[in-house]
Design a protein around this ligand. Structure first.
Ligand code: B12
Length: 207
């Protein structure tokens, strides 16, 4: 555990901000700082799972992480790996799931790599994804999933895209702490994105 993961997982707002700033000044890449924060959030989640942390802790840590992302955003946006032609990603957190931090980071990373991003928010119904594909004609659709109880929402979303006859025109990816390669395969997604950065690299390589 580093001092930053520890500061975030123990909900120490000012120390977290200080450590993020210190790492930036020391030249640590913003994506590495995000990964470190991610570990802190996972550790807090484990404490919650074991009854050692509670909903207010999760909410507070979420607020701290969002504040940290505001500091990191300009550094993520100064990335040089820009795709040649502007492609579009439609992204949302699936139905019945309201976690948005990882989705927001993924959206931010895609924007920083030159993608146009349409963010549908959280608790997004399958039909909303479909309507957005019709409206924006994206190359990519991304679903964020933090709750294992929402696997069915991922399945339903891909099925709705298929039923609308739109599946062949988009590449679909799924990510978030509850997502797995197996789920991606079962739900007929094209890619499981363990991290936002890994996913944008995959997307940039697609024709
Ligand atoms: C903060 C938090 C909350 C906050 C969310 C605040 C917010 N604005 O998002 C609040 C308090 C609201 C919350 C509520 C709940 N939570 Co919660 N929460 C968390 C916690 C601690 C951190 C999540 C987080 O933000 N992580 C940091 C981000 C950066 O990580 P990430 O989302 O994984 O994103 C990265 C990658 O996965 C990827 N990624 C993310 N999305 C996408 C999308 C695409 C397309 C791609 C390619 C990549 C990608 O990119 C990111 C960066 O690389 C997790 C613990 C954990 N292990 O994740 C529990 C956790 C997810 N929550 C959990 C639970 C149970 C709940 C509640 C049901 C609790 C309750 N009893 O009410 C509710 C559910 C509410 C709902 N309907 O959604 C459980 C889920 C268990 C399970 N197996 O399903 C977890 C795992 C905690 C635990 N260990 O028990 N939670």
């Amino acid at each position: 555990m580093t001092d930053l993961t520890e500061a975030l997982s123990s909900c120490d707002d000012s120390l977290t901000m200080q450590l993020i700033r210190e790492r930036l000044s020391a030249g640590v890449p913003a994506t590495e700082i995000v990964a470190e924060c991610n570990i802190g959030m996972t550790q807090l989640g484990e404490r919650f799972d074991q009854g050692e942390a509670f909903i207010p802790d999760l909410m507070f840590a979420g607020m701290i992480m969002k504040k940290g992302m505001e500091i990191l955003q300009p550094y993520l946006e100064s990335s040089t790996e820009i795709t040649e032609k502007k492609k579009t990603l439609v992204i949302g957190t699936v139905q019945n799931d309201i976690h948005d931090i990882g989705k927001d980071i993924t959206a931010m990373v895609f924007r920083s790599h030159g993608f146009h991003v349409v963010d549908l928010g959280v608790d997004v119904k399958p039909e909303t994804f479909v309507a957005s594909i019709r409206e924006h004609q994206p190359e990519f659709v991304g679903m964020s999933l933090l709750l294992t109880t929402c696997y069915q929402s991922v399945m339903n979303t891909v099925q709705a895209i298929e039923s609308a006859g739109l599946r062949n025109q988009v590449k679909v990816c799924v990510g978030g702490a509850a997502a797995t390669a197996l789920l991606a395969e079962k739900a007929n997604c094209d890619f499981y994105g363990k991290t936002a950065v890994e996913t944008v690299r995959w997307a940039a390589q697609q024709k």
